[in-house]
Design a binder for this molecule. Sequence first.
Ligand code: F6P
Length: 543
Amino acid sequence: MAEDITTTDEWRALAAHAEKLRDAHLRDLFDADPERGERLAGEVADLHVDWSKNLVTDETLTLLAALARRARLTDRIAAMFSGAHINSTEDRAVLHTALRQPRGATLTVDGRDVVADVHAVLDRMAAFAERVRSGQWVGHTGERIRTVVNIGIGGSDLGPVMAYEALRAYRDAGITCRFVSNIDPTDVAEAIADLDPASTLFVVVSKTFTTQETLANARQARAWLLAGLGGDDSAVARHFVAVSTNEQRVRDFGIDPENMFGFWDWVGGRYSLPSAVGLSVMLAVGPDRFRELLAGYHEVDEHFRTTPVERNVPALLGLLNVWYTNFLGAQTHAVLPYSQYLNRFPAYLQQLTMESNGKSVTLDGRRVSYDTGEIFWGEPGTNGQHAFYQLIHQGTRLVPADFIGFSRPRHDLADMHDLFMSNFFAQTAALAFGRTAEQVAAEGAPAELVPHKVMPGNHPTTSIIAPELTPAVLGQLVALYEHIVFTEGSVWDINPFDQWGVELGKVMANQLAPLLTGAEADLSGLDSSTRALIARYRAQRHR
Ligand code: F6P
């Protein structure tokens, strides 16, 4: 049985150190070390990461590195990259990193060269994308494709929509994408209402091809398409492609496996953007840009795989998150991209981080005795500044925050980008250093207002800056967070790669559905709350 990490000397040392650091203030830490801002920072690929505004000293970082060693982080990293079945509850390898290995690399897992398989699919995707983008692939009535509708949910939606939004500026073939995920019929209805079926391509993305939402939406899309194109079933082949690991189900749905792009059970849904799941993105930005995205991921993968923990940026950031969660009592973590293009990045990260590390038993099935799984949330700056930053600045909670920004904008309009980034730098400094009562009084605030205007500071932030939001940089950012999640999961000794917690709700929804559709009437087996709610729903629904 694996040891309980909280019983180790390394954990205890951190707990004692946290007590010692309780009264430290970032103001003092910066005053005592004029080089702190340069020293407590590092590079990974194009990302400059500054962790100096975190509530840490050199000793903290040394102790955290020791904790990582105790948790055998390096061995766990090696096991993941080698294709060991580290997803033990599903007996699967975890190889999203193989999706971005360069052509010609080899990795034999369970008897197959998975990198060769990856590139074979990428080549098929690229050939298809080129045909669609050039207009060689036409719809049933001979029109070229103008709109791609990605139908999927969870990892089959959030990665593609996040990346499409992030790379909008790179669309270069007149193809726009829309995304349908929710089983709320509003989603599909609104997404397709103003589209022309003749120039619309549906990409149905589902690892399992059993997901209720995706299949229901895909059925509606097919009915809409056929109605719009005269009811000829053969139209489906020109307007529907599938991305899945489940060929039989794709066939059963009526999509020709010729029009299916596969991936593998060793790619978790929330890690699947760099697989065929990214097809919609490739259709919009082209295969070359998609390959740049993959190359960006790979650079960070290599850094994570080969760099000692003391200089390993994703590992350090993951350890900082452990520090806040387990030793300083933080419950949540804000992600604040200063880029409108990254407007879906926080939502994407919520699945990546919370579906991965929202676990309460260790790999060998013991209940953990410590907190796991931070709650990630955020909004692009500066919108967040006018909404929830107040709580971070002057509230009672500790909210570590990641600020992500870029030096060069895509749209260089007057001085707007400089104003935008002034906010980034101002916020991180204000959060760290605040304003003391003396400063507030010296600025002329009336005595009774001084306590209200004091800015306590000492709020930790990490700043991530890149030259520009390119496909490669996007890949780097995603890989950075994937490996942060892995590091946390390693220390917590949990399995970040299963998601059993989402199953019960799915099963129960399927059981309740007949009571709502009218196929079954008897509510008597239900708990009193659910029974009353469904009775009310039925009464209102069929008024
Ligand atoms: O319900 C959670 C989940 O299984 C996610 O992990 C996954 O990304 C999503 O559903 C969609 O699954 P699929 O790609 O199989 O439709």
